[in-house]
Design a protein around this ligand. Sequence first.
Ligand code: ZN
Length: 212
Amino acid sequence: MAAESIDTRNAVIATALAMNAAGINRGKSGNVSARIDTGFLVTPSGMPYGEIMADDIVAMGHDGSHASSRRPSSEWRFHRDIYAARDDVKAIVHTHSPFATTLACLDRGIPPFHYMIAVAGGHDIRCSPYATFGTQELSDHAVRALDGRRACLLSHHGMIAIGSSLQNALALAVEVETLAEMYWRALQIGEPALLPPDELDTVLTKFADYGK
Ligand SMILES: [Zn+2]
């Protein structure tokens, strides 16, 4: 195994552990992947994150094939399809974080109630329609909900955050969960007013400048 591959495998494991330590995922649900030249590395199915060793991370080809003794995460299809659809994506974090998932269970995305919504790349964070976990249908819905965005909610399921690195994808997942919690809290008191599209464009422009 190439040293670079071991480093990336360990980084995938560290991100999965950090996801649970940050409180945005619990137990074995959720999964993490990173793009490599030959496809992507993804967490295995059904293993507690604390027990995953570098060898357990599954290397999948662009076509979803793999030669590992471990089975890949049951959600490998949306990982494969997001990498295929988006050249800019180098890492994917999927969680069942409590507040984002609560909104998703009501088929609610996150509207522009707070300027930080723009961190996901657009004017809102969409909630994709429901489909059974692990299916091609779910993957198709997820790719569509991510169009022009770096995060989406999955109806009656959870959320996906994508990024230019594992660190960025994880940080975005934490940010999406924070927005979901604030939106949920605001809804306990009333219906928050939404920021207008031209203000969101201003924020998106400022965010783009930060990145330079
Ligand atoms: Zn899931």
